[in-house]
Design a protein around this ligand. Sequence first.
Ligand code: PL3
Ligand code: FE2
Ligand code: FE2
Length: 242
Amino acid sequence: MPTIESPDVAVLDRPDGSLGELPDFTTDTYKDAYSRINAIVIQGEQEAYDNYVAIGTLIPEQADELLKLGRMELKHMRGFTACGKNLGVTADMTFAKEFFSRLHGNFQEALSEGHITTCLFIQAILIEAFAISAYHVYIRVADPFAKKITEGVVKDEYLHLNYGQQWLKSNLKNCKEELIQANKANLPLIRSMLEQVSEDAAVLYMDKEELMEEFMIAFQDSLTEIGLDNREIARMALAAIA
Ligand code: PL3
Ligand code: FE2
Ligand code: FE2
């Protein structure tokens, strides 16, 4: 294991000012973990596209805007596909489909019942906050090629999160009850997805605690933006550990 003192070790600046080490991107261990993480983000971006198009059928007057957001997701998907290729990794798409299956099922159920609030909460709040937090952590330890791509992607994800926040904020009076229900049903899924990815993420030098922290910050910020008060936010956040 190389140490910080050894001259040939790659170092980078952390936001807290400390220096961090980069993993060896060429080892079989790294590539094996990357085959699942890479598949998760590829699948996530594909499902995000599908979800925005689907939400457009529930809000027809916003369908064009939603299609625009969706198209960005396809661009992200291509970017992350290139990241895998660049490292010589084949994405394990079977694993990734299974990884998303429960959240996918809940989205499809809400869609079939015309529950706009739940659909937007799952895609534009939970999944986008998950992506934003994970991408931020990943950027600190990514190979240079993937770092550049992920930096571009994360900027778009804020637009997506913002779209969901604005809609939910404008409709808060009528959607608060559904929001709380959707949170109860889906935040625990995000939590267990985070648990499930943490071992592979650690191989990429992505720390589990840091992932959780970043997610909770992005998630709680977005609830504030939507217009919930501190007590409501605390209650919703607690659903993650219930
Ligand atoms: C929608 O815009 C994005 C949906 C993707 C969500 C996936 C979150 C992935 C968490 C796993 C770690 C990410 C590291 C990035 C590696 C390429
Ligand atoms: Fe995306
Ligand atoms: Fe997105």
